[in-house]
Design a protein around this ligand. Structure first.
Ligand code: FES
Length: 102
């Protein structure tokens, strides 16, 4: 089990926004979907696109490379193609965002 590490504060990722952080040597995309935070691997499972640079709307991130869409709350492909993005445990303590990425 890894430990939670602080990556930033809630003001770094306002509602409807996203930001990529480095955690334990990994690129992790943090999404704020209406005040709830989610952390996904920043690498698209299709061909490695940088998910954190895609369009984010509601709970859906669209990969900037070929347009595959993933639900940030589950990491699952929106159309159920069996592709899944790895998710990381995330929590907010005070104003700090903490992620457990191993
Ligand atoms: S790399 Fe993300 S859709 Fe192709």
């Amino acid at each position: 089990m890894g430990e939670y590490r602080k990556v930033g504060t809630t003001s770094d990722v306002p509602p409807g926004q996203k930001k990529v952080f480095q955690v334990a040597g990994k690129d992790v995309a943090v999404f704020n979907a209406e005040g709830k935070f989610y952390a996904l691997e920043n690498t698209c499972p299709h061909a490695g696109g940088p998910l954190g640079e895609g369009m984010f709307s509601g709970t859906v991130i669209t990969c900037p490379w070929h347009g595959f869409q993933f639900n940030v709350t589950t990491g699952g492909h929106v159309l159920g193609r069996g592709l899944k993005v790895s998710c990381f445990p995330i929590k907010v303590q005070g104003n700090d965002i903490l992620i457990e990425a191993g």
